[in-house]
Each structure stands twice: as C-alpha cells, then as structure tokens.
Ligand binder design. Structure first.
Ligand SMILES: O=C(O)CCC(=O)C(=O)O
Length: 258
C-alpha cells in the first residue's frame, strides 16, 4: 500500500458548513468534542452495561482469532446473547473465541438514548439508525463499505481505523455473495501475491480515541481494530442519491422479512 494519509481533525462546525465541506463532497473528517456533553462519556464502561442491562440480548458477533467471524459462505455469524456473558468475555480480553457486540440500540430500554443525544448533523436525517459497538482489545471488523453516512463516536477506549476511498482498488467480494459489501484482503496483513493492486491502494489511518467522532462518508471502505477494549456509538443516515436506494432496500427487506 502507499504510505498512509491522515484525516483532518476539526472542532465542531455549524450544520451548513458540515454538509458543504464534508457530506456533499464525500470527505471524511474527525470532529473533536462533538460528544463532550453526552452523559455516556462519564457513565459508560463495561460494568455499566453488565450491571444495568445484564439480561438484554443485543446482536452479538462471534470472534475467532481476533476477527469478527465473517465468512463468504455464511455471512456474519450473529446471535442474540445475554450481555453479561459477552461483557465477561470482553473483560477477560478473550479474542480467540470471544464475542463482540454490534447491535442496533432498540434492544435496550429507551432511556439509554438520553446518554447519547443525536448530533444535530443527522438529527433529521432520513433512515436514521443508531448502533452500539462493544469489543475486547485486539478484535477487528473486516474491511467493508456501507451505503449510509456514518457519524462514529468513541465513548471509551481507542480504535485504529483504516479507510480507503470508494474508488480504490480493494478487491470487493462478488455482488452476489453473502457479503457483497465486504472486501477480500485483510487490511492489516495484505497478501500482495493474491491482491497485487493493493500495492497502489491509498490507506487513510485514524487512531480514534474517546471523545472523538469520525464522519465516515457513504461507501468509504473501513477496517476497524480495537487498540483498547472499547465502546462506540454510530449514527447512520441516508443522503443524496443513496436515499432512494436505501428506501428500496428497506422495502425489499420488509417484503422478504429479512
Ligand atoms: O465498530 C466496529 O467494529 C464496526 C463499525 C462499523 O462498521 C460501522 O459503524 O459501519
């Protein structure tokens, strides 16, 4: 790969500037301090979830050798597992056969939402969805892209995020596979014999720490590694020409009940 480039860091700007400088240009940026006043910043840690929500069963992903268990044949391996079991594995630092939480927030009682008010940038965004990610140090999420815009805030811990722009040569899986939005190479350990064009790929590397928010534009490829045990919140919304595509995909899922 080419030497990594950095993503700029800014203080919060008004909504019009955010859309004109970043969203409409599909440009990532790190916003420092956007979530400074979230109660989650002070309250949340592993014990907070284990003690207050022990019986909640969020979407949980099996982890094998540190990687979220994603296979081309079967897709992402998910279950609904009681949170206390997962949190115990995370506290043990279990990345061999552990679990990571990657769930929409609707599995939690609604008052949890008071801890992370929706940022003004996406508060009236179409198809707004919120997700919570909790994982052990060393676990990774494989390189993939999403159609949604994403504001991704670290509440605890630190992640290294490797990004590629949507047009880069990252060897996507077939559009007909179970994981059509995933890439084939391991972004941390590229096999250049198998993926020679990755030599020319341009990574952007971000070490995102607690209190920082990454604006991850639609379709940018992202690979995430927990450098520390971590908790993050993401807000996804649809914008521009992707809106009708997201709407059509949601209708299709409703009809097919998937
Ligand atoms: O936090 C992670 O490991 C995954 C986050 C992600 O892929 C997303 O928000 O789109």
């Amino acid at each position: 790969m080419k030497p990594a480039k950095e993503i700029p860091r800014i203080s919060p700007v008004d909504k019009i500037s955010f859309y004109s400088k970043f969203v409409s240009k599909n440009k990532p940026v790190i916003i420092e301090g956007l979530a400074d006043d979230w109660p989650a910043m002070k309250k949340w840690n592993m014990n907070f979830f284990a003690e207050n929500y022990s019986k909640v069963e969020p979407v949980t992903i099996a982890v094998k050798d540190g990687k979220c268990d994603v296979t081309i044949e079967k897709g992402v391996q998910v279950s609904f597992t009681a949170i206390e079991k997962t949190i115990n594995k995370i506290i043990e630092g279990n990345v061999q056969n552990g679990y990571a939480i990657a769930t929409t927030d609707d599995v939690f009682p609604a008052d949890l939402k008071n801890d992370y008010p929706v940022p003004a940038y996406c508060a009236d965004g179409s198809y707004l969805r919120t997700r919570i990610f909790i994982g052990a140090e060393g676990t990774t999420t494989w390189l993939h892209q999403d159609l949604f815009e994403n504001l991704y805030t670290m509440v605890k811990g630190k992640k290294r995020i490797i990004l590629f722009d949507p047009w880069d040569t990252v060897y996507p899986q077939s559009r007909f596979s179970k994981l059509p939005n995933h890439a084939r190479p391991d972004a941390e350990n590229i096999d250049y014999e198998k993926f020679p064009r990755m030599k020319n790929a341009q990574p952007y590397i971000v070490d995102l720490k607690a209190g920082e928010t990454l604006y991850l534009p639609s379709l940018w490829w992202h690979h995430l590694k927990n450098i520390e045990e971590s908790i993050a919140v993401s807000f996804w919304w649809a914008y521009g020409w992707k809106l009708p595509v997201v709407w059509a995909a949601a209708q299709y899922k409703k009809i097919r009940q998937i």
